[in-house]
Design a protein around this ligand. Sequence first.
Ligand SMILES: Cc1cc2nc3c(=O)[nH]c(=O)nc-3n(C[C@H](O)[C@H](O)[C@H](O)COP(=O)(O)OP(=O)(O)OC[C@H]3O[C@@H](n4cnc5c(N)ncnc54)[C@H](O)[C@@H]3O)c2cc1C
Length: 607
Amino acid sequence: MTLPSNTEAGRALPTGLDELAAAVRHDFERMRFPTPNWVPAADGPDGKPALDVLIIGGGMCGQTLALALARDGVRNTRIIDRAPRRREGPWGTYARMEILRSPKHLTGPDLGFPALTFRAWYEAQHGAEGWERLYKISTADWLAYLLWVRDTAEIAVENGTEALDIDPATHFVRVELKGAQGTETVYARKVVLAGGRDGAGAPYAPPFSSLAAALEAGKMRVFHSSDDIDFARFKGGKVAVLGASASAFDNAAVALEAGAQEVRLFSRRPHLPQINKSKWTVFAGFLEGYCQLDDRRRWEIYTYIFSQATPPPHESVLRCDRHAGFTIHFAEPWLDVVSAADSVTVVTAKAQYRFDAAILATGFSVDLPQRPELARIHDKVLLWADRVGPQEAARHPEAARFPYLGPSFEFLERAPGAAPGLAHVHCFNAGATMSHAALAGDIPGLAFGETACRARSPAACSSPARTSCKPHSPPTTTASSSRPAISCRGEAFPLLVLHGDRGRVRGGRLLRRLLLLPILKKNGEREQENYPSLNATSRPRRMLGNRTTRRKSRLRARKPAQIGRSRNTHQLPREMMSERRKFSSSIGPRMKPRIRGAGSQRILVRK
Ligand SMILES: Cc1cc2nc3c(=O)[nH]c(=O)nc-3n(C[C@H](O)[C@H](O)[C@H](O)COP(=O)(O)OP(=O)(O)OC[C@H]3O[C@@H](n4cnc5c(N)ncnc54)[C@H](O)[C@@H]3O)c2cc1C
């Protein structure tokens, strides 16, 4: 349907951001926001008023959580970020893609206020037609939008303030902060770690023997993709990129656009991944229900997903492929990277190459000891390794390093009684993925994540006066079973009820559980054609107990357009290989010419 300019179903849309901000304020009034503070005040051990919640990290997740707490009347909070304004998180720094990887319609930072959605923000400036024309959200727009939400909702992020040391005790967490005014000590009933992709770890680099020397200060030729890189320095030069992820292509593209004469991207895989397995993890039933699954299923699902690479977006691949100087080396992992004053040497099993710069687009690890602010507590935190036993942990060391979190995203003690204050530290970042799925990072999970973290972790929970409200008790690992099946939701309901989560929200959550979990858990047969877009991810579905059957003749008869698309996972190896080489529908529009596709090695590999 074509809409007249700047109208939506006959109603005038706000014209300009001032008008939209007025509409937001009107919505806030209707929803009685900001809600008055209801949490009883408490003094910290220093005799000064303690914070109810300190949020460390003012990026997308931190600011959304702050808004959610304010909406529910938890107002004695602070939110800090060590980065200056506009440089929080990746959007204004190292997210080097032109457009978001997510589709444009996603919501999350708006908390369900329609006037706070990205769409409202965009339409106020470009009209309804502009929204219709928009393909995907530009990274710059997303950053501007997040800042607009922050300002409009009056979320006061304290930029330039870093958390240096976190020391939880029974009732309060002591945190050392360093800001423009120097250092200060604050006490908070709850601390939320909202530090993003590396919030429970660090940028990951493979253990090359010469890497430490290559990264030495002054050389400035070997980088991680999350570093601040001055690409102009390598104009006319040669750049190597390790990895085949979205970030690898984005960094390669920026280097080429900055004038690099040659960019070579090295992938250890023989082809680009074609199927995004994570697609099965971003709908309401999964995001809400994942936490209820037992340890075995959660472990199986995410170790499997981690083992499967995510395809780079086709826009990023084509952005590189436009340049004659771009080459991919498939099945050629690096063995070492050696930096000298005037060049970098990349060593592979096939050759040694000289470059002017090398970029490791190798992602992030979850590894608590790498966070300096967690130095006091990381060895007391229960990890998935402690739950699954040494054999499984050795098979999947990456997943085993994730903290095993309670229902409120809180750390649990490795040895019961050794550090009871840990329950007041909540891990609302990428480290939560094994326990809670992607609720604390990616946009699709954000609306669920803030509800779960906030609703189950009110400040009053740690009040000495409220002894009936205990933090989540640690799970007991039995010697007989290395994979104890516990449901982390067991104590979530009392917390939800005790702490005044809105009936409306709770009702919605319950409804979703009732309606959608049977889909996840049902062991009966379900016809594949009902879920055409999920064909590619049938293995996670099988892990969830949902057996699928394929009725190809009926599928063909009814939906001829699906023929060819549903061949991804159930074919002979040879057919699968040929399928992968095509520019599959899983990463790009079907009308794209296959000979120029992401997996068309002959096109991309230039000798
Ligand atoms: C390159 C890239 C592209 C992405 N693209 C998409 C996408 O298209 N779609 C999608 O859904 N998701 C995407 N994501 C994932 C996710 O949406 C982003 O990582 C998002 O920024 C997560 O928000 P966050 O608030 O958790 O973390 P961040 O935005 O990273 O914010 C964390 C903040 O914590 C601060 N901080 C950390 N430690 C401290 C400390 N000790 N003291 C004070 N401050 C601290 C940091 O300065 C930072 O500003 C992308 C991620 C990356 C890395």
